[in-house]
Design a protein around this ligand. Structure first.
Ligand code: PLP
Length: 413
């Protein structure tokens, strides 16, 4: 029985969502459009089975093909990042992080990271998150002037607190991360260095960002952002003992049965990322981010840190219009068919549900085939949406224009 026959209510909503994705431009920096091959694996019969354990060491019978699939995913992950060990089972980036924490620390141990408001992730010690409930976070800062990582503050915090672990890698940071510098500070105080490359993993694989290896002891990532795979997590390392601790932390530490359909989809996505076309794609993601950034700056917008070196940028709307908030901007953009998220800027005076910024990224639009000139056009549309944000009729007209761009650049089919 098809889904439409079995459950027309859900089937209709999925069709509507498909339509929404086809007819809008996705500028959320953490999203992408996966291939139909990835979706086919994710929607397969592999969802039916328990495979607790690891390849050739399962707690259930009938796992032969699962062993082969997971082993292929692991080999491809190691190949992508040039490291010795990979755990492909984490259900998400946040659970990969918690497992990595469990592998390196005991409950109550101190770690330092960048806080959420400055561009970190909630799994890096936000007060309501398990990372803060069960471990002890403190935060290093951005330089107030340059808005780049302030390594003096990293070093000062590290020497003051002697943390068990130093965490780098961010959700809203548009600049290259100097992993070697972090490692040097970690070595000065005998801390582990953990790199969470959830956002930039694809750039690392595609050669557009330096690798966290050999500097980081443990590397975590999501598989669904620039990596363009199914929603999920991944943990990488080079040390055999740490790898054992990571494996124990993922299962049985934090998770039960792995999502084998998602692991198969990860393997497919990793296979795609190892092809030469993916490198071309990633280079274009970065070129497109540069073009979008320039297009916005020449139209009077300020970008946090003054620009971007990766796939994303943080637009500080105050320089253009002191009244304009991130919430109002993101809502007007949605009405015009451009999907983005509001985001705090460093030391944002407005609360998290209002903010003074929007975060934009180019992974999804680049998958659709947009190039630099198209991104400059998107910057122009962005500017017109801001100027017409209180004019519903103008937003409807812009939405038709955006839909036309979407027709010219279809999603993967
Ligand atoms: C997106 C992100 C994550 C979490 O991923 P989920 O799959 O949503 O749990 C973790 N760390 C960073 C830096 C991220 O940007």
């Amino acid at each position: 029985m098809t889904l439409t026959q079995a459950d027309s209510q859900i089937a209709t909503l999925i069709q509507k969502e498909q339509m929404r994705q086809e007819t809008t431009l996705e500028l959320i920096a953490s999203e992408n459009h996966v291939s139909t091959a990835v979706m086919e694996a994710a929607g397969s019969c592999l969802t039916n089975k328990y495979a607790e354990g690891y390849p050739a060491a399962r707690y259930y019978q009938g796992c032969g093909f699962y062993d082969e699939i997971e082993s292929i995913a692991i080999e491809r992950a190691k190949h992508m990042f040039g490291c010795r060990f990979a755990n492909v089972q984490p259900h998400s980036g946040a659970s990969a992080n918690l497992s990595a924490f469990m592998a390196m620390m005991k409950p109550g141990d101190q770690f330092i990271s960048l806080n959420l408001a400055s561009g970190g992730h909630l799994s890096h010690g936000m007060k309501l998150n398990a990372s803060a409930l069960y471990f002890k976070p403190a935060h290093y800062e951005l330089d107030a002037k340059t808005e780049l990582i302030d390594f003096d503050s990293v070093r000062a915090k590290a020497h003051e607190l002697k943390p068990k672990m130093i965490l780098c890698g961010y959700s809203a940071y548009s600049r290259i991360i100097d992993f070697a510098k972090f490692r040097q500070i970690a070595d000065e105080v005998g801390a582990y260095l953990m790199a969470d490359i959830a956002h930039i993993a694809g750039l690392v694989v595609g050669g557009a960002h330096p690798s966290p290896f050999p500097h980081a002891h443990v590397v975590t990532t999501t598989t669904h952002k620039t990596l363009r795979g199914p929603r999920g997590g991944l943990i990488l390392c080079n040390d055999e003992e740490l790898n054992k601790a990571v494996n124990r932390a993922v299962f049985p530490g934090l998770q039960g049965g792995p999502l084998m359909h998602i692991i198969a989809a990860k393997a497919v996505a990793f296979g795609e990322a190892l092809k030469p076309e993916y490198k071309t794609y990633i280079q274009q993601v970065v070129k497109n981010a540069g073009a979008l950034a320039n297009g916005l700056m020449k139209r009077g917008y300020r970008l946090v840190s003054g620009g971007t070196e990766n796939h994303l940028m943080l637009v500080d709307l105050r320089a253009k219009d002191a009244e304009l908030t991130g919430a109002e901007a993101a809502l007007a953009l949605e009405k015009a068919g451009i999907i983005a998220n509001m985001n705090g800027v460093p030391n944002d005076p407005r609360p998290p549900k209002v903010t003074s910024g929007v975060r934009l990224g180019t992974p999804a639009t680049t998958t659709r085939g947009l190039k630099e000139a198209d991104m400059d056009n998107v910057a122009g549309i962005f500017d017109r949406v801001m100027a017409n944000r209180r004019d519903p009729a103008a937003l409807v007209r812009i939405r038709a224009e955006v839909a036309e761009v979407c027709r010219r650049f279809p999603m993967p089919h």
